[in-house]
Design a protein around this ligand. Structure first.
Ligand code: PLP
Length: 396
């Protein structure tokens, strides 16, 4: 799954281009950089491949979410509806914007349940943020219809779903804005990096400025730029963008490997009674970073996970994981920030101490996700398929 599994000459060549000029920053120094603009080149490559009008690279996926929220005008008093199964960065970015995260139930797509979303809408709701978890997609038709009906923004957290599509369009390019992460364990990595995608030039212009101290990038040099609004420094470096560029060119190869591997693993366990699979609103678009399946009970999933781990298989049971599911987010539920939040925001976070997510508890409790490694040989895959089967059969 992570691009670091396929790292080599291509990445080194791109980094060396930058090291030869010594211009590590993405803006300015037009002369000394001798025509080397890796960040711009990667932005153009992403835009072309995804058929999206604008791409803004930033320093991480978390920074991409913060930048997208700022560019969409999300701020204090606004509510952002998001799933209770995601990576902590999704709610971190909402809080950083000063907005209120509204966590709702997932369904068997492992992301937002449209019914739960609709039930959570209030006059303060500003945006819906599906998180395309584990390489697959949310039900975007249903979510877009809700956004249209209630005049809400759609922000796709596609950090885990680079290259996945929904009805022929790339995830991250369908909403008002979308984000990717290129951190070290993502499909494409550049150590630390991220991207904001949008087809709206106004959102793009704001993302461009916000991620670089509000610079309008229209001056003759940086000192002559104006600052129409306050931003931050979420810039990516040329070294990171150089790695990302080499990785980006490998995306189709990574996807093909993942999809072929997943099919073999899936087919090996599909006939086991009691095993069922995640629902994909568009199965052909799954980026296949993980094999996800459900067992009949929490106990069966816990036993199977233990058996899989004992067999050396990279299995995740998110129910018992501290990072991805609300059950263990005690720091969120106690509003454990370093500086003070507003009293209203603190109260809304503390309300999660009593909030129940029975539908998600059931699904996440019964779900196992296994990483798919890009470097497994045909024999490895065959052996792993047999080992997963054995682990499941030993547990149920
Ligand atoms: C990884 C991830 C992020 C944040 O990306 P970083 O680059 O690590 O900051 C955000 N959302 C999801 C769903 C992620 O998996």
């Amino acid at each position: 799954m992570p691009g670091f599994e396929r790292f080599g000459e291509e990445e080194r060549k791109e980094v060396n281009d930058v090291l030869e000029t010594g211009i590590l920053m993405r803006y300015g120094f037009d002369g000394p950089r001798k025509g080397i603009w890796k960040s711009k080149e990667l932005e153009a490559a992403i835009a072309q491949k995804l058929s999206v009008k604008h791409v803004q690279l930033v320093s991480s996926g978390t920074a991409a979410l913060s930048t997208a929220m700022a560019a969409l005008g999300i701020g204090a008093g606004d509510e952002v509806i998001m799933p209770c199964f995601t990576f902590v960065a999704s709610f971190e970015a909402v809080l950083f914007a000063g907005a209120t995260p509204v966590m709702v139930e997932i369904d068997d797509t492992l992301t937002l349940d449209p019914k739960a979303v609709e039930a959570a809408i209030t006059p303060k709701t500003k945006a819906i943020m599906p998180v395309h978890m584990c390489g697959g997609m949310a039900d975007l038709d249903a979510l877009q219809a809700i956004c249209k009906k209630h005049h809400l923004l759609l922000l796709e957290d596609a950090c885990q779903a680079i290259g996945a599509t929904y009805k022929g369009k790339y995830l991250g390019t369908i909403g008002d804005a979308g984000t990717f992460s290129f951190d070290f364990v993502k499909t494409i990595t550049c150590a630390e990096g991220g991207a904001v995608m949008t087809n709206n030039v106004d959102v793009y212009t704001k993302a461009d400025g916000f991620s670089d101290h509000g610079h309008d990038h229209l001056g003759v040099d940086r000192g002559a730029d104006l600052h129409p609004f306050i931003g931050y420094n979420f810039r990516i470096s040329e070294l990171h963008a150089a790695v990302g560029l080499a990785q980006w060119r490998k995306l189709d190869e990574f996807l093909a490997i993942q999809r072929a591997t997943k099919k073999i693993l899936h087919d090996a366990i599909a006939s086991i009674p009691g095993v069922s699979f995640r629902r994909f609103p568009d199965a052909a678009g799954d980026s296949a970073t993980f094999l996800e399946f459900f067992l009949p009970s929490l106990e069966a999933a816990q036993k199977t996970t233990a058996a899989m781990k004992a067999a050396g298989l990279p299995a995740f049971h998110y129910y018992d994981n501290n990072w991805h599911y609300i059950r263990k987010w005690d720091h969120l539920k106690t509003a454990a920030t370093l500086g003070a939040l507003t009293p209203d925001l603190t109260k809304s976070l503390e309300a999660y101490q009593d909030k129940k997510f029975p539908q998600s508890d059931d699904l996440i409790g019964r779900c196992i996700c296994m990483l798919i490694n890009l470097n497994w040989s045909a024999d490895d895959i065959k052996n792993k398929a047999a080992a997963i089967r054995k682990a499941i059969e030993s547990a149920i």
